[in-house]
Each structure stands twice: as structure tokens, then as C-alpha cells.
Design a binder for this molecule. Structure first.
Ligand code: FES
Length: 89
């Protein structure tokens, strides 16, 4: 049987694990922090025909500020194009 201080340490560790999972999930949701674009916003733009990050920004009536998100957008666009290509084969 664990002592009270050991139980408290276990509870604290579990709470930390849960909190860090939530923070990681939150960070994944946003692709563009400057414009508040989430993954679903980028996906919607890609499904509507965006083939470049510029198209994604235009679709959401904004433009690149720091451009840190451009690589992630390109990855999402490339992955979607590959998935469509595989589905077409
Ligand atoms: S994070 Fe997208 S423009 Fe800065």
C-alpha cells in the first residue's frame, strides 16, 4: 500500500500527463497562429481547391504574417494530393 506522499506523487504525475496531452492536442489544432487558422480551416481550403498556402490564406481572407505555418500548409496540401492520387489509381 502506497504512503500518502507516494499517492500524491502518483496523482500529480497523472495530472501532469493529462495536462500535457491536452496542451499538445491544442497546439496541433492551430496551423497558423497569426491568423487563427486551424487544421480544419486549412483542410476546407484544400478541399475547395487550394494548391498553395497563398490560396489557403486567400480563401480565409487573410495573408501570411510571419509565414511560419507555410511549411505545415504545404505538407497538408502534399499529403492531400498524394491521397487523391492514390485514390484515383
Ligand atoms: S503562423 Fe501563419 S502567418 Fe504566422
Amino acid at each position: 500500500m502506497a504512503r500518502p506522499c507516494e499517492r500524491l506523487a502518483i496523482v500529480g504525475t497523472n495530472l501532469l500527463k493529462r495536462t500535457s496531452r491536452i496542451l499538445i492536442e491544442f497546439a496541433r489544432v492551430y496551423v497558423c497562429n497569426c491568423n487563427g487558422l486551424r487544421q480544419r480551416d486549412v483542410r476546407q481550403a484544400i478541399e475547395a481547391g487550394a494548391t498553395r498556402p497563398r490560396d489557403v490564406f486567400a480563401r480565409h481572407k487573410c495573408q501570411a504574417q510571419c509565414a511560419k505555418c507555410v511549411c505545415d500548409m504545404r505538407k497538408m496540401i502534399d499529403e492531400t494530393c498524394r491521397a487523391y492520387a492514390m485514390a484515383a489509381e
